[in-house]
Write a protein that binds this ligand. Structure first.
Ligand SMILES: NC(=O)c1ccc[n+]([C@@H]2O[C@H](COP(=O)([O-])OP(=O)(O)OC[C@H]3O[C@@H](n4cnc5c(N)ncnc54)[C@H](OP(=O)(O)O)[C@@H]3O)[C@@H](O)[C@H]2O)c1
Length: 369
């Protein structure tokens, strides 16, 4: 039997399940993989219309050998197992060995840099794509940035990415896992480190009150624009549209610097995971379109020009499922626009991704000068 072209690794997760849901919309046959077959089957059984999705379920241990065996013969791996900074290395190595395109739903800058620097050239040599962060965060703001670039004369991007919602178990683990990592912005195409444990008041269109945002590990944009011939400066802030949670994360960053950083790395990880467990130990309910809104703002500035693009969206996790499925559908049928390390917009086109989000009523772009 012909191998299905797409493997969703981590199909039992909140996000993996949504990737599966949207793959069904795109009629893409897929393998739903993960460490526990029973859990994957139980989670997928709750996907409406799953009986019409061409899929199979595979249990796999996380070793590079087993994963390579599973991926061989497929075209694209959708990696939804996180924190990616912890679990990404084996999966990307196996994808490369198996000759598959690799996309994931990360947002951690330290992981994006690893992919760009260690894996980008290797994937390019084989004509394959490595596109981490093919997810709501930071594809929505990637789209807005590229729309700003179209205005011309822009060399500086200030980016804000925020969503309303209850972070999942995996997302909460990731929020805490990036605390020890170096968060960078870009200044004249050089990485500069953000001050540690500092939160910022930010303004978002459509809101009277200010919000609290963090560099949150730095975001992928500075890596995407590191060697860009036009854009020299990039700063990204983001978080949840929930001041109380953001204050807790900011306080945890301070606590980490003062009390946990001096400890050995394994102990740091253990304590961070424990704190994350106390914030979110389970799976939140399905998102609600009228409640769980997202806002992504990009302000572009040049010497004499300025432009702003705002993405008014909803359901960050559903956007993630859609963006992954759109990308996997593309890769199952055609080559990406760029091989090696690429942002989702470089690989699939910003207007195409925007159209997909608009078609499903999940986001809308508004440009102003
Ligand atoms: N950038 C974005 O916009 C965005 C959006 C959504 C999620 N994310 C990221 O994506 C990741 C997953 O998020 P989620 O919401 O899907 O979390 P989740 O609901 O907790 O799911 C996590 C998934 O990873 C699997 N997993 C965890 N540890 C594993 C391990 N050691 N070996 C194999 N599988 C493992 C889980 O398998 P079991 O079911 O067997 O435990 C589950 O399938 C997080 O890192 C999150 O930050 C990013």
């Amino acid at each position: 039997m012909k191998k299905r072209p797409v493997v969703v690794y981590g199909a039992s997760g909140f996000s993996g399940r949504l990737v599966a849901e949207f793959l069904r919309e795109y009629h893409v046959p897929f393998i739903a993989a993960g460490r526990n077959r029973g859990r994957i089957q139980e989670v997928l059984s709750r996907v409406p219309g799953v009986e019409t999705a061409d899929h199979e379920t595979v249990e796999v241990d996380g070793s590079v050998d087993q994963l390579t065996k599973l991926f061989s013969g497929a075209k694209v791996v959708c990696n939804a197992v996180g924190p990616l900074i912890y679990y990404g290395p084996q999966v990307i190595e196996a994808s490369w060995k198996a000759g598959c395109h690799y996309i994931d739903i990360s947002g951690e800058q330290a992981w994006i840099r690893q992919v760009a620097e260690n894996w980008g050239p290797k994937f390019a040599e084989k004509g394959l794509l490595a596109a981490p962060a093919t997810a709501y965060m930071s594809t929505a703001s990637d789209i807005a940035s590229r729309l700003c670039l179209e205005a011309g004369g822009i060399d500086t991007l200030e980016i804000l990415s925020m969503f309303k919602g209850m972070p999942t178990f995996g997302s909460t683990q990731t929020i805490f896992a990036v605390i020890p990592t170096e968060a960078c912005y870009l200044e004249q195409n050089e990485y500069k480190v953000w001050p540690r444990a500092q939160a910022y008041e930010v303004l978002a269109p459509g809101s009277i009150q200010t919000h609290l945002a963090l560099p949150w590990g730095g975001f992928p944009h500075p890596v995407w624009y590191k060697d860009h011939p036009q854009i020299a400066n990039v700063r990204t802030l983001g978080g949840l549209l929930d001041r109380q949670i953001m204050e807790t994360v900011a306080a945890t960053e301070k606590h980490f610097e003062e009390n946990i950083r001096p400890l050995p790395e394994q102990e740091q990880k253990r304590q961070l995971a424990e704190m994350a467990n106390s914030v979110q130990a389970g799976t939140p309910p399905r998102e609600n379109t009228r409640v769980h809104r997202t806002i992504d703002v990009v302000v572009g500035r040049g010497t004499t020009n300025s432009v702003q693009c705002t993405m008014f969206g909803t359901c960050a996790y559903r956007q993630t499922g859609l963006v992954q499925a759109f990308a996997a559908h593309h890769l199952a049928l055609a080559a990406p626009r760029k091989v090696g390390f690429a942002s989702p917009c470089e690989a699939f086109g910003h207007r195409e991704l925007l159209q997909a989000l608009e078609n499903f009523g999940l986001s809308k772009a508004k440009l102003s000068s």
